[in-house]
Write a protein that binds this ligand. Structure first.
Ligand code: NAD
Length: 262
């Protein structure tokens, strides 16, 4: 029988910020498709709830969570080593953990506001993908090439975001970084791509969507006429983690219900 090209059994996926929102949406679909899944998140309780959820989605795959603040270089190195100890390998690494803060006008933004976002969205992605790339190169040199590096960017990378220039800037950088990685690691069979969520209903955005003025301004500009959900990110995660996408690299996947083109 021909193998299903989206079958992920035997593959291991690591997702930062995988205990909630879009990251959990990635994780649920990857587990459903047969991948073993390791999620990293800052809060132990939320990690435990996500593990229970993921295990119920597919009881036959291995699910683990590690407490990790991706803004901390040493924690990322230690957690990556622990992930390898637990799973033996990482085939797909999704650097997804992110924070948003956008309240001050740009000329009033403090260095703490600026750093608070860049520390997680940019430095955290760097520490995470650096560890994953090192592991994938080592494996390729040992005769086992392949791997998937994925960064969660944002629609904001393309549109810019007034009063959240630090956030949109961090997400713009994700696209450039993933393009560089696509070229640098292609020789090891590793692909690198960015995923750009549009207006997705998660803890990060809930307050905005409860705001009638905001919702009234944005919703008419989304042709699909609804906020996105974490489940809307399952398909792209499975595609990118699977053998089906081995020739697809350096791309950005905008998942926004058509907002950008409307
Ligand atoms: P969310 O707040 O629901 O989830 C964010 C996740 O990141 C959580 O699991 C959280 O614990 C984790 N996280 C935050 N800081 C961390 C840290 N220092 N170390 C480890 N984990 C950390 O938000 P979401 O909407 O699911 O966001 C996921 C990603 O998608 C983020 O990178 C975000 O910037 C991006 N994004 C979201 C939207 C949207 O509309 N929701 C749009 C564009 C991009």
């Amino acid at each position: 029988m021909t193998k299903n090209i989206f079958d992920l059994s035997g593959k291991v996926a690591l997702i930062t910020g995988g205990n909630a929102g879009i990251g959990l949406g990635f994780a649920r679909a990857l587990a459903t498709a047969g991948a073993d899944v390791c999620i990293w998140g800052r809060r132990e309780q939320q990690n435990a709830a996500a593990v229970a959820d993921l295990q119920s989605v597919n009881p036959s795959v291995k699910i683990q969570a590690l407490v990790c603040d991706v803004a901390d270089e040493d924690q990322v190195a230690a957690c990556f080593a622990e992930t390898l100890r637990l799973f033996g390998r990482v085939d797909t690494c999704i650097a997804n953990a992110g924070v948003a803060s956008g309240i001050n006008r740009f000329h009033e933004m403090s260095k703490d506001d600026w750093r608070g976002v860049l520390d997680v969205n940019l430095d955290g992605l760097f520490y995470t993908l650096r560890a994953a790339a090192a592991h994938m190169v080592q494996r390729a040199q040992a005769g086992d090439p392949g791997g998937r590096l994925i960064g969660t960017s944002s629609l904001g990378a393309l549109c810019g975001m007034a009063r959240a220039e630090h956030y949109a800037g961090s997400k713009g950088a994700v696209i450039s970084i993933m393009q560089g990685l696509a070229v640098e690691y292609a020789r090891y069979g590793v692909t690198a791509n960015s995923i750009l969520p549009g207006h997705i209903h998660t803890d990060m955005t809930d307050r905005n969507y409860q705001n009638e003025k905001f919702a009234a301004a944005i919703m008419p500009r989304i042709p699909v006429r609804r906020w996105g959900t974490p489940d809307d990110f399952g398909g792209i995660a499975v595609y990118l983690a699977s053998d089906a996408s081995s020739y697809h690299t350096g791309d950005k996947f905008l998942i926004d219900g058509g907002f950008f083109i409307y």
